[in-house]
Design a protein around this ligand. Structure first.
Ligand SMILES: Cc1cc2nc3c(=O)[nH]c(=O)nc-3n(C[C@H](O)[C@H](O)[C@H](O)COP(=O)(O)OP(=O)(O)OC[C@H]3O[C@@H](n4cnc5c(N)ncnc54)[C@H](O)[C@@H]3O)c2cc1C
Length: 401
């Protein structure tokens, strides 16, 4: 057998998993359909990822944090409010004994750092563009039919990680059921520059149209994620920059002074996707392929990284030539609580804060006001958001390399 593990998909999750498993001494082949030699977006055109504290700890343990850190902006304070109402909740890292509750990094910079590290890592063989056509699990290995430059090049490995984002037909070949539930919402993403630096503040603002998150970026910029019904999203995507900025001021106010510049706007149709089961004979589903979440709480990648860390615990010291079914089923069982909890929490936020009923608006504001006066509950929610909720601590979260 040439490789221990084959990973299909070189998105954030596939690359992170390759690095985590290589650090365990496993040999990894990663197959990606796209050409990963990325074209760098301009500073105002990037999509961003909020990394929770647990993700930071995992990257520290993988010795990746030194390279990521210069491109990260810390979240030191979070302000949650409902437009048109008075109640608000504030969370401060300092009150939790922390320097920051999370970090925000542009998507392409995170992906590029992971790619450069993976290219440096001797135990990882990267093959791209490589289109995978079929997967065949056997009792002792998985055979993957792949084509590179039009030529068939089959790959064999002891274990398959399917990190293909959930859009390919490969999961169906493994006999998986995929549950899809469209949210009927579109997320607009854009980077912004304002008169004032937000000094580590992140804002979650619930408006009558839908929730908006404002995340601090390096060099005083802000990353916006604004969730809207599709028609409104379409008109906001088409609006001239000054009209778009006016619409933001009406909903967000002038906390950052005047908004001066908005970058290219991107958009995502939002659907909750869950595939089950998550493991089978010699395969594991991971990342968006397993669970695609609503971005309202910024948890999709963070949850997947905790899955990667738990899987790396399960694989430590295992002889991969032996049957893996029990070990994989145990991994899936141990991860179920965190996955369920994170998905349910996000869905609750979506239904509570995407609803325009006036009474609900008052109740929402009252709840935020009450939360503000209940520090223990606030702290509990903050720790959940940072990835220390239902899942327990994996070795990587504790700092084991
Ligand atoms: C607007 C928005 C904001 C978000 N913000 C946050 C946030 O702040 N924090 C957070 O934690 N999460 C956030 N997320 C979620 C996060 O972006 C995802 O969880 C993460 O990017 C999923 O990565 P992935 O590698 O699983 O999937 P993908 O990025 O979809 O990668 C899958 C890869 O597989 C490849 N592939 C597919 N089929 C094949 C095949 N047959 N052969 C070879 N390769 C194949 C694809 O080309 C692709 O590169 C956000 C999501 C959205 C939409």
């Amino acid at each position: 057998m040439k490789q221990d593990v084959c990973i299909i998909g070189g998105g954030l999750v596939g690359l992170s998993a390759a690095l985590a498993l290589a650090r365990l001494g496993r040999s990894v082949v990663l197959l990606e359909a796209r050409d990963l030699a990325v074209v760098e977006p301009q500073a105002m055109d990037a999509r961003s990822i909020a990394l929770s504290l647990s993700s930071q700890r995992i990257f520290e343990a993988l010795d990746l944090w030194g390279d990521l850190r210069p491109n990260c902006a810390p979240i030191r304070h979070i302000h949650v409010s409902s437009a048109g109402h008075l109640g608000a909740t504030r969370l401060h890292a300092e009150e939790l004994g922390l320097d920051a509750m999370g970090q925000v990094i542009e998507y392409h910079l995170l992906q590029q750092t992971l790619l450069v590290e993976a290219e440096r890592e001797k135990a990882i063989e990267l093959r791209f563009p490589a289109s995978v056509e079929a997967v065949h699990p056997h009792h002792d290995r998985v055979v993957i039919d792949t084509r590179i430059d039009g030529h068939p090049q089959p790959v064999e490995a002891r274990l398959l990680l399917l990190a293909d984002g959930g859009q390919s037909a490969l999961a169906e070949q493994l006999g998986l059921q995929r549950q899809q539930q469209p949210y009927g919402q579109t997320a607009i993403v854009a980077n912004l520059r304002a008169e004032r630096d937000g000094e580590g503040w992140a804002w979650e603002r619930f408006t009558a149209d839908g929730p908006m998150a404002w995340l601090p970026l390096t060099r005083g910029r802000y990353a916006l994620v604004w969730t809207l019904p599709p028609q409104q999203a379409e008109s906001m995507l088409q609006a001239a920059d000054d009209l778009f900025i006016d619409a933001l001021h009406r909903r967000f106010g002038y906390r950052l002074g005047r908004l001066l510049e908005v970058g290219r706007r991107g958009h995502f149709e939002l659907t909750l996707r869950r595939a089950r089961p998550l493991t089978g004979p010699r395969w594991v589903l991971i990342g968006n392929a397993a669970n695609t979440l609503h971005p309202v709480a910024g948890q999709g990648f963070n949850l997947a990284l905790r899955d990667v860390a738990a899987l790396s615990d399960s694989l430590q010291g295992r002889d991969l030539s032996e049957p893996l079914d029990d070990m994989l089923a145990d991994y899936a069982r141990r991860r179920a609580a965190d996955q369920e909890h994170t998905i349910r929490w996000g869905n609750r936020l979506v239904s509570l804060f995407s609803n325009d009923l006036p009474l609900l608006g008052h109740a929402r504001a009252a709840a935020l006001g009450l939360l503000e006066r209940c520090p223990p509950l606030k702290a509990e929610l903050a720790w959940q958001g940072m990835g220390y909720g239902a899942g327990g601590l994996s070795g990587l979260m504790r700092g084991r390399p």
